[in-house]
Design a protein around this ligand. Structure first.
Ligand SMILES: Cc1cc2nc3c(=O)[nH]c(=O)nc-3n(C[C@H](O)[C@H](O)[C@H](O)COP(=O)(O)OP(=O)(O)OC[C@H]3O[C@@H](n4cnc5c(N)ncnc54)[C@H](O)[C@@H]3O)c2cc1C
Length: 107
């Protein structure tokens, strides 16, 4: 495959992190984002993930990422046109109210 000779941003690795970065750059208006993947997209540890979401992490940054991930799943079908899975985000297992326990806002 011929790679573009120029790009505004080049993301190395087409796992969930690289694809998410590319998606959000494009959504913010960057027209020519290139994702470089040495195997196939999603073939790394992303293909092994069980789909669990946890919010207990040692750093505020990680907790913020995790809380935002929950919000992404809540609007997933509207934004991406794909059902992330029946039974996702059961309120009694995880949800905004349980998230509050773990926020460190203002810390
Ligand atoms: C068994 C298992 C279960 C898991 N379950 C969960 C879960 O339930 N919930 C959860 O949140 N997380 C889970 N995880 C963790 C989660 O899968 C990873 O944190 C996440 O997939 C990491 O994504 P990534 O994009 O950083 O890495 P990857 O998905 O590994 O993507 C990196 C990509 O970069 C490519 N690459 C690397 N170097 C180069 C290079 N030089 N040039 C081009 N391409 C390159 C690789 O080929 C790969 O495709 C699980 C992990 C495992 C192993």
């Amino acid at each position: 495959m011929d790679l573009p000779r120029t790009a505004s941003a080049v993301v190395i690795g087409g796992g969930v992190v690289g694809c998410s970065i590319a998606y959000h750059l494009a959504r913010r208006g960057l027209a020519d984002v290139v994702v470089v993947e040495r195997e196939t997209v999603g073939s790394g540890t992303t293909s092994k993930a069980a789909g669990g979401i946890r919010v207990q992490f040692p750093t505020e940054t990680e907790i913020r990422f995790s809380l935002e991930a929950i919000r992404v799943f809540e609007r997933f079908q509207d934004e991406f046109g794909v059902d992330p899975g029946e039974g996702a985000l059961k309120d009694d297992e995880i949800g905004p109210e349980s998230s509050d326990i773990y926020t460190t806002e203002g810390a």
